[in-house]
Design a protein around this ligand. Structure first.
Ligand SMILES: Cc1cc2nc3c(=O)[nH]c(=O)nc-3n(C[C@H](O)[C@H](O)[C@H](O)COP(=O)(O)O)c2cc1C
Length: 302
């Protein structure tokens, strides 16, 4: 998660029996650590398997070289699981496959899934409309039905923070779940205490999707500030987002701005009324800051 996946959180997730996903942009822009050093730090805390999150969005072309380097560093460090998001993940598949690497791509609907499968991915992270981060628009069941017949492993992402939610996803047929928001309200996450408090206090109905941060819908807690500025992108940005080429420029601009804007929430310090709290509807089941181990144990019973 950008900006929340600090090394202690990723390590604790893997150490607890889940699979911790390293977000290289978080290491670099929030913690000022290179990926190699970040992995070294994580390895002091766990020897369990890890994954790497790779941004494959076309508008992030300026990051392309850095992302390729990140994949190389991860492979060299023995990481074999890759979670790609946005754009075309084919280059990651080609890079990692011959070394036994596996790529799961974030999808919000069937057309995205089909394109990702044509690119050669091995599994799908099925991001529903209740997710934190870049949410989709279908609910857990609708997305399952939409992806019917696609014979690859499917991971449910969005809205899950309790054992009931976890079991419901598995009962539907999903092979696993991916969670974000629940892990922010943990002892190991270095997010700002006010951010954690906002997650504990929020309900599912308080989550809205805004276009104003990254140029694609981003789930945030509805604060008076979010209400006052609205959730639509400005007129000029909306017009640019409609163009085939211009949409990539405007997204790039938004992405760069959001890297700076959002990182504050991952650090201790003063939170202002204009800060944005990213979270999914899974806030509904989150009432306490607990350890990652407890999160995994509460969810799976082991
Ligand atoms: C604060 C935050 C940041 C996120 N950042 C990323 C990211 O950088 N890359 C990514 O693939 N998904 C990201 N996600 C999405 C999560 O990986 C996951 O799919 C989502 O949180 C699931 O929904 P939940 O928050 O209800 O558990 C983020 C989610 C949150 C809450």
């Amino acid at each position: 998660m950008y900006p929340c996946s600090n090394v202690e959180l990723v390590a604790a997730a893997s150490e607890s029996g889940a699979l911790g996903v390293i977000q290289p942009l978080t290491l670099r822009f929030v913690h000022g650590t290179g990926l190699k050093d970040g992995i070294t730090e994580i390895r002091k805390l766990t020897s369990k398997p890890l994954a790497l999150n790779v941004l494959t969005e076309k508008s992030a072309k300026i990051y392309q070289k850095r992302m390729e380097e990140s994949v190389d560093i991860a492979l060299e460090a023995g990481i074999r699981f890759f979670v790609t998001y946005l754009g075309k993940p084919g280059w990651v598949v080609r890079k990692v496959q011959s070394l036994g690497g596996i790529v799961y791509h974030d999808v919000t609907r069937r057309s995205h899934a089909q394109r990702a499968l044509e690119e050669g991915v091995h599994g799908l992270i099925c991001v529903n409309g209740t997710a934190g981060g870049h949410a989709g628009d279908l609910n857990l069941e609708e997305l399952w039905a939409d992806l019917d017949g696609l014979k690859v492993p499917k991971v449910a992402a969005g809205g899950i923070s309790t054992r009931e939610g976890y079991q419901k996803a598995l009962k539907l047929g999903y092979d696993a779940v991916q969670m974000g928001t629940r892990f922010i309200a943990t002892n190991e996450c270095s997010a700002n205490p006010d951010y954690k408090k906002a997650i504990l206090e929020a309900h599912a109905k308080d989550i809205v999707k805004t276009w104003r941060v990254t140029g694609v819908p981003l789930a945030v807690i509805k604060t008076p500030y979010v209400e006052s500025i609205g959730t639509e992108a400005g007129f000029f940005a909306r017009w640019m987002l409609k163009g085939r080429k211009t949409k990539h420029w405007v997204r790039l601009f938004y992405s760069l701005m959001s890297l700076v804007r959002l990182r504050k929430m991952a650090r201790p310090g003063q939170v202002s009324s204009k800060d944005l709290f990213q979270a999914g509807q899974s806030v509904e089941g989150i009432n306490r800051v607990i350890s990652v181990k407890e999160v995994v144990r509460d969810l799976t019973g082991s």
